[in-house]
Design a binder for this molecule. Structure first.
Ligand code: COA
Length: 260
């Protein structure tokens, strides 16, 4: 696939998607959101991809937000549409992918950038990373799920403070808040993401898909997460992966999951 604003490559089961507008600190314009949608969709549907890593190009930014130049003159209707379309194409879309998605935050993750990282299944960061939702400093609120996912990850009080002050936190503070799972040097960020991806890939992709659905169910209004868990748990018993996993355990060997 030929992209203008992103790079995507697949090696050894890992698809690495890099947002590639370093001169604009990888800000998310409309075309970039569309291309990301296509790249995530392709990777999720490819049998070659077991884990997706998303990062930003350059040394400065993961993503410095939605592209402010694109919406500065929007009216109420256009503003609402911008948020709805973005959530549908990218943020909700990524959260509900059946392939694990790791955000490797390599610098500024602000506004839509932090919202994208939060839509991923989990996050790691390099020590130079800075995270925040600065939207109220522009007279707007987070519109790509930030008001919902930030309190889920860091708690209501911390989310309120971060949103109200429009301030940034550094990587270590994000680690303390539980916003990122690991912090490492800039040089080792992708290697760490790949190492974690390697651990994920040893397991049943079918079971992981069910686990993502069950965990996400806890955060959906009107959905009983326990019921979702029971359904997904039961489904595992009909899979080849379950037969292989349990047989391998009993035969005292490593499982070789067919992914079915
Ligand atoms: N939208 C559009 N362009 C952006 C952008 C965004 N969210 N963030 C950065 N850019 C552009 C800048 O306009 C600049 O472009 P130019 O060189 O053509 O003028 C380029 O990226 C470099 O940014 P610059 O501001 O010069 O870098 P800096 O190191 O001085 O500051 C930041 C870095 C991240 C603090 C600053 O760019 C910033 O505050 N960005 C906006 C963050 C934000 O409010 N995001 C939420 C949007 S809803």
């Amino acid at each position: 696939m030929n992209y203008q604003n992103i790079l995507s490559s697949t090696n050894n089961g890992i698809t690495k998607i890099t947002i590639n507008r370093p001169n604009k600190l990888n800000a998310l314009n409309r075309d970039t959101i569309q291309e990301l949608h296509e790249a995530f969709d392709d990777a999720n549907n490819s049998s070659d991809t077991k884990v997706i890593i998303i990062t930003g190009s350059g040394e400065k930014a993961f993503v410095a937000g939605a592209d402010i130049s694109e919406f500065a003159d929007f009216d109420v209707k256009q503003g609402g549409k911008l948020a709805a379309k973005g959530q549908e194409l990218l943020f909700d879309f990524v959260e509900h992918l059946s392939t694990p998605v790791i955000a490797a935050i390599n610098g500024f993750a602000l506004g839509g950038g932090l919202e994208l990282a939060m839509a991923c299944h989990f996050r790691i960061a390099s020590i130079n990373a800075k995270m925040g939702l600065p939207e109220v400093s522009l007279g707007v609120i987070p519109g790509y799920g930030g008001t919902q996912r930030l309190p889920q990850l860091v708690g209501k009080g911390r989310a309120m403070e971060m949103v109200m002050t429009a301030g940034m936190i550094d990587a270590n503070q994000a680690l303390e808040y539980g916003l990122v799972n690991h912090v490492t040097s800039e040089d080792e960020l992708i290697a760490l993401a790949e190492k974690i991806a390697g651990k994920i890939m040893r397991n049943s992709s079918v079971a992981i898909k069910g686990a993502i659905k069950a965990i996400n169910a806890n955060y959906k209004d009107g959905v009983d997460g326990y019921k979702t868990e029971i359904k997904q748990f039961g489904k595992c018993f009909g899979t080849e992966d379950f037969k292989e996993g349990t047989t391998a355990f009993l035969e005292k060997r490593k499982a070789d999951f067919p992914g079915k």
